[in-house]
Write a protein that binds this ligand. Structure first.
Ligand code: OOG
Ligand code: MG
Length: 262
């Protein structure tokens, strides 16, 4: 770690204020080029601590930048991990208010609900599938607090990987009997297809992203608890949003999930 505790707290307060007040900022590594990976995750953890102190609860975890489409779009080369809280949740078919967001984008994702805890190192696709109760379609709304979505990996980790809203919907299915690699995914905006793909777009198999998350936790001597919902990462490029837009995500065998922006 290269940043002191007071700096980490100050950056967490700043980034969270940008989220809560829907205003953007410059990427924090401009001011703190010496920031390392542990500093970045420590800032994210300090944002979580602020939310927990206000009575919010963790409702899930997310993997990000797990597809080539996303890495290419953002100009980065490594997955990142973040948290979701109940305040980010939008009911399936519900609304997100543009006035609370900066410049939201939408991503089609596959969500996992764990029935057993996962612990790395050495976690792999098989262990993830064995620990998964069900999979569901998910729409993630990302809203980087950085101006024009311009960031590097450490800045985006500190900013809780742009997490802002999410929907989990559709039909929850046990993973046995589904081939998550060939699961077809279609995202529609106002009735027109804007992104499509298959589960394999995420690291060859979306469970591989969950295994990476478990190994990331394992490296910090933590496990992912049973009952955790995990978003495995955008399968396509993120799609820009304007007020009035309606998004519908269809995932083969898993039904659909939708959200409207007002
Ligand atoms: C970072 C978050 C990416 C995903 O699913 O790839 C993400 C960003 O692109 O702002 O959530
Ligand atoms: Mg995402």
């Amino acid at each position: 770690m290269n940043l002191d505790k007071a700096t980490i707290e100050r950056l967490a307060e700043h980034l969270e204020a940008c989220q809560l007040e829907a205003r953007d900022t410059l990427k924090i590594t401009d001011e703190h080029p010496q920031m390392d990976w542990d500093d970045a995750y420590a800032i994210q953890a300090a944002i979580l601590a602020r939310k927990l102190a206000r009575g919010e609860r963790v409702s899930g975890l997310k993997c990000g930048l797990t597809s080539h489409a996303k890495m290419k779009q953002m100009g980065v080369d490594m997955p990142v991990f973040g948290f979701l809280v109940d305040g980010f949740n939008v009911a399936d078919g519900g609304e997100a208010r543009m006035s609370e967001l900066i410049h939201p984008k939408v991503e089609p994702e596959i969500c996992f609900l764990l029935k057993r805890a996962l612990r790395g190192p050495g976690c792999h696709i098989g262990a993830v599938l064995a620990a998964t109760d069900c999979v569901m379609p998910g729409i993630e709304v990302i809203d980087s607090r950085y101006r024009d979505f311009k960031f590097d990996l450490k800045s985006v980790i500190a900013d809780n990987t742009s997490a802002s809203r999410y929907v989990v919907g559709g039909r929850a299915m046990r993973p046995d009997g589904l081939d998550l690699r060939t699961l077809g995914v279609v995202l529609e905006k106002n009735g027109e297809i804007v992104a499509l793909g298959a589960g394999a777009a995420v690291l060859g198999h979306p469970a591989a992203a969950v295994a990476m998350l478990a190994n990331h936790f394992g490296a910090r001597d933590q496990e992912i608890p049973a009952g955790t919902m995990i978003m495995s990462g955008g399968l396509s490029e993120a799609v820009s949003v304007a007020a009035g837009d309606h998004f519908n995500l269809r995932v083969q065998h898993l039904g659909s999930a939708s959200i409207r922006f007002v």
